[in-house]
Design a protein around this ligand. Structure first.
Ligand SMILES: [Fe+2]
Length: 424
């Protein structure tokens, strides 16, 4: 890629040289030749004094030399402008690449890795570091990610100075810049802004001095720090959402277990078995995630019924429909709700609530139907004693093709044969 860019620039430079030379030739050389011809033919013969003739020739020659010098200066200026535009374009391209990676990154670690790598690319620095603010106000910012050929070795030498400048940058809300001495290099530390406080800093070390970061390099670094800050805040928000959902699900599952008098977490065991069967059937990550939440919450609709209503009561059959309506309103679970809706459908079409059959029932729901039945058969409850593991397996075999999907049964029984699902 570097080679191709160099090739493009080389062609462009050659074209530019040709254009400049043509302009110089037509605008300066041709008029000068014409002037020389007119002077030689019509002016010199009319001048009697030889001294005046020499002066005239010297005047024309000095105009020619000045014109040549201005051409050379123009050529040099054009080339240096072209080189600067190319460097700015490279920075812009690196920033655009980093921007799309930062936006797509889910986790803070990926964002930090992208940010420090881009900082090195933008500046050609020896090392770049991302430090995050410590949770304890009295402690210095902690190193989170680094990049660059000398990153580790340098941090051992100047880590304290970076931490010092990080505090300065976060307290002032402005970049902190310091020139190093000897081989310690210049340092630029940019604060990363959070919702209400500074998240940390982006620190860049250059072999020579901090003056290397002036002008458009500094503008690019400021833009990178801004993009990194936004991406880190978004990742933190997503992390909070995951944390909320994970703990809220745990609370709901516990409430459900207590409400239904389930033995030691029916939903959790169904989720574990369903996950193994789902993997054996090559479900993708999104399907496995939906299967997990649907397994944990498949009986959530039962919360609407009083505990005194017997679970076998016909009215309780509405729990699948009720559970569906409860979950469908939550946008992050809108794909989970239809699975919960169908977890009591049967492969032969005699289940409820819709009487769906075969492939009309989602694969995730067919998996839960079997895993739910298996756990119910092998667990003790207040109204029935548990079957033995072997009896439960026999029951699953005998209900394959009627209650259970043969494909799901086969995957389940294979896992039993491998010992991945056992009666323990
Ligand atoms: Fe159920």
């Amino acid at each position: 890629m570097e080679e191709s860019r160099h090739h493009r620039n080389s062609i462009f430079s050659q074209r530019l040289d040709r254009t400049t030379f043509t302009a110089y030739f037509l605008g300066a050389v041709v008029p000068l030749l014409a002037l020389g011809f007119i002077v030689e033919r019509y002016v010199i013969p009319t001048i009697p004094d030889k001294g005046h003739i020499v002066g005239m020739i010297a005047f024309v020659c000095s105009i020619a030399v000045l014109s040549l010098l201005s051409f050379l200066v123009l050529r040099k200026t054009t080339h240096s402008t072209l080189a600067r535009i190319d460097r700015d374009n490279q920075r812009l391209s690196a920033l655009l690449g980093a921007s799309s990676s930062l936006t797509a990154s889910e986790y803070a670690s990926d964002i930090a890795a992208t940010s420090v790598a881009c900082a090195v690319e933008l500046t050609g620095a020896q090392a770049a570091y991302l430090l995050v603010r410590s949770k304890h106000p009295e402690e210095p910012a902690e190193l989170f990610e680094s990049a660059g050929p000398d990153a580790e070795k340098l941090f051992q030498t100047i880590g304290d100075r970076i931490a010092e400048l990080a505090e300065l940058a976060m307290n002032s809300g402005r970049p902190a810049i310091k020139n190093g001495s000897g081989n310690r290099g210049g340092l630029v530390v940019l604060p990363l802004s959070g919702e209400s406080s500074w998240l940390g800093v982006l620190a860049i070390v250059h072999a020579r001095s901090a003056s290397e970061f002036e002008g458009s390099k500094m503008d690019a670094l400021n833009t990178l720090a801004g993009l990194t800050s936004v991406a880190m805040r978004n990742a933190d928000l997503r992390d909070s959402q995951r944390n909320f959902f994970s703990h809220m699900t745990e609370i709901l599952v516990t409430a459900l277990d207590v409400h239904l008098d389930y033995n030691n977490g029916h939903g959790t065991r169904v989720a574990q078995t369903a996950n193994r069967v789902g993997r054996a059937l090559n479900l993708d990550d999104k399907q496995l995630q939906n299967l997990h939440f649907a397994s944990l919450l498949h009986d959530i609709g039962m919360l609407k019924f009083d505990r005194s209503v017997p679970k076998g009561d016909k009215v309780c059959q509405k729990h699948a429909e009720i559970g569906y309506r409860m979950l469908a309103r939550i946008r992050l679970w809108e794909d989970v709700a239809p699975i919960v809706h169908s977890h009591h459908e049967r492969y032969d079409g005699t289940g409820y609530p819709q009487g769906l059959a075969g492939e009309e029932i989602s694969l995730e729901a067919r998996i839960i139907t079997l895993c739910d039945a298996f756990d119910a058969m092998t667990s003790n409850s207040s109204y029935k004693a548990a079957m033995s593991f072997e009896e439960a397996i026999e029951e699953i075999r005998s209900c394959t093709g009627t209650q259970f999907d043969p494909r799901v049964s086969e995957a389940f029984l294979d896992l039993v044969a491998q010992g991945a699902i056992s009666g323990q």
